[in-house]
Design a protein around this ligand. Structure first.
Ligand code: GLP
Length: 261
């Protein structure tokens, strides 16, 4: 795999660009620095953003950089990966509300350049097509931030999601319903469906950052990096992409060989 000259230092060159750091805090700081340097270099960058527990400290670092006068997001465009079906953006358990709490409400991202999938759209098919159109109209995603589910899902592309899939309504797997229950503050259950960017949408991004922390992710990370690409582990399809950076802590990297830096 080629190492572009812009590659941050410290990444192991094979089998993917993998950076293993001591702590989850160090991972978050490194991912935040990666994103901040992109935005500094190209203020009108198009970012694909993720939710979940893993990226929260990344967003905290972006907020801190903004407050310190070290970052300006006023020209930056964003597209979030996914949203629970049935939840309005005002619902506290929606990913829209998460983004407002963790990032948008405390920085100068401009609402007109922030794109979120509407979980309560009357027509999910139309919503999905409009989202793909908006991504294309923005010039495409420059940097896509991803977490990973313990079953290998990315966005809400569950095992079996075709590599050609685009933004669409999907059913969540039982393991995802279970894993995400603890993050529901108002709902007693996880919605059974979601709208998510597809695998092809994600793979169209010019650069991808996947961050994973904690032993809970070790198996999915190892499958994704070490096995041949297969739809049974959606994250393994990332090896079809030439420019993916894996930011891992030791726990998440514990089932990889030779990945330590
Ligand atoms: C959710 C999101 C994913 C995220 C995953 C892992 O299902 N749709 O984008 O990567 O959970 O979340 P966490 O970081 O909380 O483990």
């Amino acid at each position: 795999m080629n190492r572009p000259s812009s590659q941050p230092s410290g990444f192991s060159p094979r089998p993917a660009k993998v950076l293993v750091l001591d702590t989850s805090a160090a991972v978050a700081q490194a991912v935040a620095s990666h994103i901040l340097s992109k935005v500094k270099k190209s203020p009108a960058s198009v970012l694909g953003l993720a939710t979940g527990e893993t990226p929260k400290p990344v967003y905290a670092a972006l907020v801190a950089a903004y407050r310190a006068g070290e970052a300006d997001f006023s020209r930056t465009t964003t597209f979030n990966l996914d949203e629970y079906a049935g939840l309005a953006d005002s619902h506290p358990d929606s990913f829209a509300a998460y983004m407002e709490r963790e990032l948008f409400g405390a920085t100068n991202f401009q609402p007109a350049r922030v794109h979120l999938l509407k979980g309560d759209a009357a027509d999910m098919g139309e919503e999905a097509v409009a989202y793909e159109t908006a991504i294309a109209a923005s010039g495409g995603i420059d940097v896509q931030l991803l977490g990973i589910g313990s079953n290998g899902h990315i966005g809400f592309n569950e095992p079996g999601a075709p590599s050609s899939s685009r933004t669409r309504l999907v059913e969540l797997s039982p393991s995802t319903l279970e894993a995400n229950l603890s993050s529901m503050t108002a709902l007693g259950a996880v919605p059974r469906q979601a709208i998510t960017m597809g695998m092809a949408t994600i793979l169209d991004a010019r650069e991808i950052i996947l961050m994973a922390t904690g032993a809970r992710k070790a198996e999915a990370v190892a499958k994704a990096i070490l096995q041949d690409p297969d739809i049974s582990c959606p994250a393994s399809l990332l090896s079809l992409h030439p420019n993916v950076y894996w930011y891992l802590d030791h726990d998440a990297a514990s089932l990889l060989d030779n990945a330590r830096t």
